[in-house]
Design a protein around this ligand. Sequence first.
Ligand code: NAD
Ligand code: UDP
Length: 332
Amino acid sequence: MASKRVLVTGGAGFIGSHLCERLLDEGHDVLCMDNLFTGQRRNIEHLLGHERFEFERHDVNEPFVVEADRIFHLACPASPVHYQRNPVRTVRTCVQGTMHALEAAREVGARLFIASTSEVYGDPAVHPQTEDYWGHVNPIGVRACYDEGKRCAEALAISYATQYGVQVRIARIFNTYGPRMHENDGRVVSNFIVQALRGEPLTLYGDGRQTRSFCYVDDLVEAAVRFMEADTDATPMNLGNPQESTIERIARAIKDLSNSRSETVLRPLPQDDPTRRCPDISRAGELLGWEPKTGLEEGLLRTIEDFARRLSLPEGALDTHDELEGMPHAGV
Ligand code: NAD
Ligand code: UDP
């Protein structure tokens, strides 16, 4: 796309920081807005001196106005451990935060990309998941604050599109991993890598036969950038890697790739943990000409290298939000 003013909410987070980098590389002016709840200043430190990059510490639950042509709205805790920590705030961020992003887009006529999630499908009865599947979500379970919050965010986006003509792009993002994932976020890839590198047991929840499909962050960012510029209407789009793996296989791969001697220990499966998840990405293939390029081994290796570098940092160098201090990396 021609050079534009782009706002990235949640830009100091895992996916957001990679997206900011990519947008700067393409010549855009990037404003990163983040309250550093689960994001880290260190993720964007290398961008702070860039002449086309700005950082604003702001909570999207408060209204905001920006001069922007494009808004990527990513601000929201994403890992189950983080979003279940303060469920009321999670609902608020999904709903009120998204409404503020939509209002900001409406005010200046910007196009808005919404980071929705495969969690809108819940524990799916249809496999692989296509965009026209309505999902199977427990509205009062431990994941509801996020799942239902994101479903409401989608409803808001569609409503702003039909009622006010705001151009929205709803991306249903499936499990994404890569460098800069938060060490303490409790997600499976970060947990297993930290445990493997420290020689601690890998905590396998349930029997490890549940599945997920993992997308490397560079592939996801490529899809997000293409989707933003695609000439399409407001229908949602699955973005993810359709290569499905059991969690037990992920544990083995991470142990092997990091040459770890860690054992695997079984832990109870968290409530409402989806049994399988795999995106049908035909729509993204047709409309964006996109498919993921990074294989699981290659992506995991790059991620393991990044964690190995970070874990050898002196204590205190990992800056986290106060509220996340002391959270276990072993998850729920
Ligand atoms: P992340 O936690 O690393 O990033 C989220 C960012 O949003 C953080 O920098 C955090 O500080 C910021 N944030 C949270 N609440 C905020 C608020 N109220 N105001 C301003 N900033 C706020 O997570 P991520 O994995 O990078 O996820 C980014 C987005 O993608 C999220 O919306 C998430 O729901 C979505 N998503 C991610 C995945 C995945 O596998 N990583 C899968 C599906 C959807
Ligand atoms: N999981 C696991 N051990 C861990 C963390 C997670 O076995 O230390 C499992 C978890 O129960 C789920 C899968 O890995 O079945 C993916 O979990 P994650 O929290 O990464 O993402 P989500 O459940 O939101 O897809």
